[in-house]
Design a protein around this ligand. Structure first.
Ligand code: ADP
Ligand code: MG
Length: 362
């Protein structure tokens, strides 16, 4: 397989309804040439529908879809130059591995000798060199997924679409395949749109992530931007752990949990605001807090042992709860505060993220 020119994808105002369900609600999205972009969202949020629109299996009610300069919204799937990997592999069980991988080439009437060579090359790319004559039902789940991947890339498409391709694999294999898929993408360089409901998978693999909910894109950003600066409660809740405190405004000041907040981040222009805190960014303070630290007085309500880390819950005077996560080193768990103890919690101004308050349905 050779690295070739990738194509950008432009989605404009794409809408698809099934009866009352807005599977896609006026979606616009640009995927850059050669980018690995992930659609991340809960079940039923519209991820598969959007991927099927890209592949050409679903025609949207409205909207435009461009691959490079070409409008493709009316083009049938086999003319789109798109490779696709499905969740359930969708392999032909009665064909050999080589039969499956060679299928797209036979559709394209590639000559036999060239076909054999390209099939073997694709199998080598997914680390299944020499497996051509095996039967599909002799393969493990991970190997089947590699065959499906080889079949998707064998005709060197400029766009690769994958719908939850790893969800049937066990966790260890999934972790390894995530890294492998990422390396494969770096090697082949095709524009890739990847679907998952697993936030950690999305953070691990993607150049950028589009968080999808109710058929809409809630935020499109790099993994770090999504984690550190979510734009709304949905994204903050869906990616990583977080706890929230109501924010009050008094003149120019904002306060939460009885503390006037210092933040170096933007404060949204809205009445109802909340403070988002990642548990691993909150610290148990000992001694004086620095100038750029927001300090909260609280009482420990629960301490949980989680192996590599602890999770400590503490209540502020108004009853709201904050969570603190920290690493456990030899013996350190036993020295943690206990339920009922008074503690001071610290949050750096750089980690003090203010969001629009209510959970908002678009
Ligand atoms: P996801 O892949 O994020 O789980 P889908 O794109 O499969 O979500 O579905 C989005 C919404 O559209 C869901 O409410 C689903 O039930 C509905 N939907 C998807 N495909 C069809 C279909 N062919 N007929 C009716 N409803 C559908
Ligand atoms: Mg789906």
């Amino acid at each position: 397989m050779t690295k070739q020119d990738a194509l950008p994808i432009g989605v404009r105002n794409v809408t698809k309804t099934y009866g009352d369900v807005h599977a896609l609600d006026d979606v616009s999205l640009d995927v850059k040439s050669g980018e690995f972009l992930t659609l991340l969202g809960p079940s039923g949020s519209g991820k598969t529908t959007l991927l099927m629109v890209l592949a050409g299996f679903t025609r949207p009610d409205r909207g435009s879809l461009k691959f490079g300069a070409d409008e493709v919204v009316r083009k049938p799937p086999h003319l789109r130059d798109v490779g696709m990997v499905f969740q359930n592999y969708a392999l032909f069980p009665h064909m050999t591995v080589a039969g499956n991988v060679g299928y797209p080439l036979r559709l394209r009437r590639v000559s036999k000798p060239e076909l054999a060579e390209r099939v073997e090359r694709a199998l080598e790319t997914v680390q299944l060199g020499g497996y051509g004559e095996r039967c599909i039902d002799q393969l493990s789940g991970g190997q089947k997924q590699r065959v499906a991947l080889a079949r998707a890339i064998v005709f060197e498409p400029r766009i690769l679409l994958m719908d939850e391709p790893l969800s049937a694999l066990d966790k260890k294999l999934r972790d390894r395949m995530q890294i492998e898929l990422r390396h494969l993408h770096e090697k082949l360089g095709m524009t890739t749109v990847y679907v998952t409901h697993d936030q950690r998978e999305a953070l691990t693999m993607s150049d950028r992530i589009a968080v999808v909910n109710f058929g809409r894109i809630m935020q499109l950003a790099t993994p770090q931007q999504l984690y550190d600066q979510p734009e709304n409660r949905f994204v903050a809740d869906f990616i990583g752990d977080s706890s929230f405190l109501d924010v009050e405004r008094t003149g120019r000041d904002i306060a939460a949990g009885g503390t006037v907040l210092k933040t170096i981040r933007p404060i949204p222009d809205a009445n109802a605001l909340s403070l988002m805190m990642r548990p691993e960014r909150v610290r148990l303070l000992e001694g004086a807090a620095g100038d750029d630290v927001n300090e909260f007085a609280a009482t420990v309500s629960e301490v949980v042992y989680q192996g590599e880390s602890f999770l400590l819950y503490a209540r502020l005077q108004d009853g709201t709860e904050m969570a603190v996560r920290g690493a456990i080193r030899s013996g350190s768990f036993d020295r943690l505060p206990k339920p009922g103890d008074a503690v001071r919690l610290g949050l750096d101004s750089a980690d003090t993220v203010i969001l629009v308050g209510e959970e908002q349905r678009p």
